[in-house]
Each structure stands twice: as structure tokens, then as C-alpha cells.
Design a protein around this ligand. Sequence first.
Ligand code: NI
Length: 208
Amino acid sequence: MSVLPILELPHPMLRRRARKVRNIDKKVLEIAHNMVETMHDAGGIGLAANQIGILQRIIVVQMVDEEEARIYVNPEIIRRGGEREVEEGCLSIPGYRGMIQRSVWVRFGALDHTSVTVKLKAEGLLSQALEHEVDHLNGILYVDHLKSHDDLYKIEPEEMFEDSSAEDGDSAAEADEIDSDAVVGGDVESGEMKEQGGEGSAASLTVT
Ligand code: NI
């Protein structure tokens, strides 16, 4: 496995639609495993193949309370419901975060790394991450969902993975007061980490 460079805005690959995978063969799995390693290295909770310059419909996602990354091929948001305001970031747009609307829940389908069809209902951070990653495969970035320029703000590099969702996020000074424990404050001790559940973590930050 290897860590690959993550493409950043305005790289054209981030704006292209990825193609459906026909066969989950060795090559596809190698890409997926490299994506997992790249995601771990960058400290993100998700990554789409476009972000490493590969136009195939592959995403990886791993919540902070999960031991193993989920590999999803040809993922689809089947249904979505509700609206909520969330803070979001993206490894391809370093140094920024924004407030956007995401669904409260999604019904999601994909093939897993063993070519088995997976269907789940996701809520919270997992739902947000799945919407974010499927967007990537369609050439869409979270900044496309911004309603106003004021909803996008610069952050210091060390704040990239801190959860400031409890704050207004109006200024860098406010962000300094954030308790970084909040990022891992989800369901760490719930003992559900091995299920392919759709619970996600309570935290609302996603950097993917
Ligand atoms: Ni992203």
C-alpha cells in the first residue's frame, strides 16, 4: 500500500465525473487500499478516488470510532431526508471550512470490497461523509453548496481536524477555545464498531 498525493482545488480531476467500476478486481482493491492509507496519512474520515486522480467510482470512509475503513464501490445515495446545517472541510481544499446544508439521513447502497451489495441508512457524520464522497465522484465539492461567501472561512492548519461545530466559527480567536476532544467525542465506547451500522459519530465535522 502507498500514500498518494491528494489533488487540490482547482485540479480538473476534482471536477470530473468518475466512471462506474465493472469488476472489483485486484487493481480496484489496490486503489482502494491506497486510498485508505492516504486517508489515514492525511487524518481524514473519507476519500474519493478523484482526489488521487483516478476516475473510478470508489470511496473510502472511516469514522473515528471505527477500527476498519469501509470500502465502497459504485456508491449511491438512494434516498435522503431532512436538512441540517453542518460544518464541513475537504482534504482537497486545505485551510478552509464552510457551513452548508446536508441531509439528516441518507439511504445508501454500494458494493463492498468483496463485491457484496451493502445497503444502509446513515445518520449524523456518516451520512454527511457519504454525501460528501458521492458528490466527489460527480465532480461536486462542498463549496458548491455554500449559500454565501460568508459561510466559507479560513482556518489555521492546526485547526483542520478540530471540531468547532459547537462555536459560531466567526473568528479564529473563537476557534482557539475549542476543545479538541470533541472530535473523538462520539460513540467511542458504544461497542458497535464492528457493525456496518449507519450511526456515524455525534460530531458534525467532516474533513474528507
Ligand atoms: Ni472532500
